[in-house]
Design a protein around this ligand. Structure first.
Ligand SMILES: Cc1cc2nc3c(=O)[nH]c(=O)nc-3n(C[C@H](O)[C@H](O)[C@H](O)COP(=O)(O)O)c2cc1C
Length: 155
């Protein structure tokens, strides 16, 4: 707690400003009819809400697949996760990673930024290689299969 001089540890270090931060990373399949205009509407609402709730992150949309990173206070992230699961504009939500740690935000200035995905396939394959969870692997492989079959996959 205190060093040998009685000064609180970390008081003059960056770590003094670190707070517990929860992150949730997932990918999902966009519902039929969800196009760039709809994604822009999602991002506009997300930016407004996230700013109010201390959430930051990135949303990638490509070939009919979403990939999103959200980070912020645990309670707010849990609420957003529940909301996301109720949102009919996507399905097949695969949780890729979530945990709470004391660290800096990865995207401190992005309430929610849409990032173009030239090839979301690479992102999904990377996730497939790094996940140990069997259910995640099955769903990720299904999304990849659908991506290959769907006209959306041939953009
Ligand atoms: C792929 C995807 C990502 C989303 N990301 C966010 C988000 O980061 N923040 C947010 O508030 N809503 C996000 N939404 C929208 C929520 O599901 C929900 O529609 C919205 O938060 C409701 O806002 P409202 O209560 O102001 O109408 C996302 C929806 C989808 C389909």
């Amino acid at each position: 707690m205190f060093d040998e001089y009685g000064i609180p540890r970390g008081a003059d270090l960056d770590e003094a400003t670190l707070v517990p931060l929860y992150h949730f990373v997932y990918c999902s399949r966009a519902a039929e009819g969800v196009d760039d205009a709809e994604v822009s509407r999602i991002v506009a609402v997300a930016q407004r809400n996230n700013l109010a709730h201390g959430i930051t992150g990135v949303l990638v949309f490509g070939s009919g697949v979403f990939f999103q990173w959200i980070e912020g206070p645990a309670a707010e992230i849990q609420k957003l996760i529940a909301t996301l699961h109720r949102d009919k504009r996507h399905h097949d939500i695969v949780s890729l990673s979530q945990s709470e740690e004391e660290r800096e935000r990865l995207y401190p200035n992005w309430d929610m930024e849409k990032v173009e995905a030239e090839d979301i396939r690479l992102v999904l394959q990377d996730a497939l290689e790094s996940t140990e969870d069997k259910n995640n692997r099955v769903t990720l492989m299904r999304i990849l299969e659908q991506l290959d079959l769907s006209p959306l996959g041939r953009v």
